[in-house]
Write a protein of this length. Structure first.
Lengths: 271, 317
């Protein structure tokens, strides 16, 4: 059974020099004050309040504000104190959590320190979104869970059907792309790949490297390829560079010629 | 020897793996003709989604479709996990495979095809059981296939890195000086009386600082550096002459009642091509003043540098 974050009613903000752990009860006449159960949590609450207040003074959209809110996010996420949801919420819990953070980090001014603690605010926003998912699911009871529609914070609905391929374990279009490309590398009709060699060593050429690295289902790491060719450490360091600069472009050119990718998909390396 | 738990405690940020990410990762993975590629594409996609979700929380715009990782043909042949950060560049989001993290010196494999054309690398530990993606840290460059996790910096450093990259790319819109003659001024360009707290020196002539001398106009903008006391006022004066050319004056004054400009402040006048025309560095300097003539349509910029901070103001006559 999950319970709400155990926070007392908003504690009186500590006055200067008055550490929250040592609040003397005799001075307290405020009706809503209760003796703090967890001084560590008070510290964290104070820290979070301070951060949110800072974020509100940071210019909106500024890197300063992003840094401040990223601290809030990190503190809360690493504390593990957020509402964990009911069991039925679990399928969409993480999506609701993502939506909550997107909203709260971008609207720190919506937090009212006189009403609740920061963690409570975050929990409440999270619960709101969990409710939305729950209500949405009730309306679509007949649709299997795998077709859950995800609504982003902005209200845009992502239909997972669009991202699902038609038959789950076989996609002919990509198999064909693969086989055609593999055939081109193996046959190397214009001899281009075989003639592109590493340091005048004919056995280490673009054909061999593309087959080992790009056209093998488990792309062989360069460390292993270098060992297979008995390369010296210096040569082993240069081999991947040779691949990137001489071999990879050949593959990319083939892919462009076949229409698998567009010229614009290839970006010139920036240094 | 740094083990991976030490690293995760100091730097890491847990990100939930959303249904949305799982569905996309599954869809991409299923396109692969061979089962061995399935896992690689699946994890790469989850890593990109996790970093993308983190950036979305902080309102840092990204463009998923612009990445090679979102291009089905590229995914088929290349081991890539890039995420395009709008206006800044591509960030590589590498998943840490569970076996890698258990070795003595934990490393993350970064294939050479992604060693170039990347603004940085974020390493993500994917836990498919708990549905959690932990952002372990960031580095701005790699030079070998194996990246030791001990070299990772915090995500906070990633934000600073992105900020620097973005600011370096921002080209300031030039101030249209001709509009000043029509009394149109962009934000920040104020009358000098408002901007400068003139020191009590009897020899200081107020008239030289009035906005409208005979037939010209002068305005100033306050520029801030790291310390409040280092703020200066950059003042530009425009004076039509008999010829089609304009007389331009550039002055730099201290603000806040200070008598001297901050020391080691560099002020450079650059021409249209960005070449330095006049350059000066302050010692114990009260103010800087340059005058020159320019044709309407000419462009110039003034760069001020103090310590780590560079400010450039661009103008078109």
């Amino acid at each position: 059974m999950h319970r709400d974050d155990l926070t007392p009613n908003p504690p009186i903000p500590p006055t200067l020099g008055n550490h929250p752990k040592e609040q003397p009860r005799s001075n307290i006449t405020h009706a809503t004050h209760t003796h703090s159960i967890n001084p560590i949590m008070d510290d964290r609450n104070e820290q979070l309040r301070h951060l949110i207040a800072t974020a509100c003074t940071d210019p909106p959209g500024s890197w300063q504000r992003r840094q401040t809110m990223s601290q809030v996010h990190e503190l809360v996420m690493n504390s593990g104190k957020l509402w964990k949801g009911y069991r039925q919420d679990q399928p969409y819990y993480k999506d609701a959590l993502q939506q909550m953070w997107e909203y709260c980090c971008q609207h720190p001014e919506d937090y009212d320190p006189t009403l609740k603690n920061v963690t409570t605010w975050l929990d409440d926003e999270l619960k709101k979104r969990l409710r939305r998912f729950r209500d949405g699911n009730r309306r679509r009871r007949d649709i299997p869970a795998s077709y859950l529609r995800i609504e982003t914070e902005a209200g845009q609905v992502l239909d997972p059907i669009d991202t699902k391929p038609s038959p789950p374990d076989y996609n002919p279009r990509f198999l064909e792309m693969w086989e055609k490309t593999e055939a081109w590398v193996r046959y190397d009709p214009d001899d281009v790949l075989r003639r592109t060699c590493f340091r005048n060593r004919p056995q280490i050429n673009a054909q061999v490297l593309l087959l080992r690295h790009n056209l093998s289902p488990k792309k062989t790491p360069w460390k292993i390829i270098a060992a297979e060719f008995n390369l010296t450490p210096a040569e082993a360091k240069d081999l991947p560079k040779f691949y990137s600069r001489r071999c990879k472009p050949l593959l990319e050119q083939f892919m462009i010629a076949q229409g698998y990718i567009d010229e614009n998909d290839i970006r010139k390396p920036r240094k | 020897m740094i083990n991976s738990t030490e690293i995760t405690e100091n730097l890491s940020i847990p990100m939930p793996i959303t249904q949305e990410s799982l569905q996309i990762a599954e869809a991409f993975a299923q396109q692969q003709p061979h089962p061995q590629q399935y896992e690689q594409v699946y994890l790469n996609t989850l890593a990109v989604c996790a970093v993308n979700n983190y950036l979305r929380i902080l309102d840092i715009p990204t463009n998923l479709n612009a990445g090679d990782s979102w291009n089905p043909a590229m995914r088929l042949f290349f081991d890539i996990a890039d995420l395009d950060i709008t206006g800044i560049g591509r960030l590589e989001c590498r998943p840490l495979r569970p076996p890698d993290s258990l070795t003595d010196t934990p490393v993350c494999i970064i294939p050479p095809e992604v060693h170039e054309d990347r603004i940085g690398y974020v390493i993500v530990h994917i836990d498919t059981q708990d549905q959690q993606a932990t952002l372990l840290g960031f580095t701005d460059s790699v030079d070998s296939e194996e990246l030791p996790l001990s070299q990772l910096r915090s995500l906070k450093d990633l934000l600073i890195h992105l900020q620097h990259l973005q600011e370096a790319q921002t080209v300031p819109k030039p101030v249209q000086l001709s509009q000043w003659l029509d009394n149109i001024f962009a934000v920040g360009w104020e009358k000098l009386e408002a901007l400068l707290e003139l020191p009590q020196e009897p020899a200081f002539s107020f008239r030289t600082h009035s906005e409208h001398s005979a037939n010209g106009v002068k305005r100033g903008k306050r520029l801030d550096f790291q310390k409040d006391s280092d703020s200066v006022a950059l003042c530009i004066g425009l004076k039509p002459t008999h010829s089609p050319q304009m007389g331009i004056s550039v002055e730099v004054y201290p603000t806040g009642g200070q008598i001297y400009l901050p020391q080691e402040l560099q002020v450079i006048l650059l021409d249209e091509e960005g070449k330095a025309v006049i350059q000066t560095e302050t010692r114990t300097t009260k103010h800087i003043q340059w005058r020159f003539k320019a044709d309407p349509g000419d462009q110039f910029s003034i760069k001020l540098a103090l310590g780590d901070v560079n400010i450039t103001e661009a103008f078109v006559v």
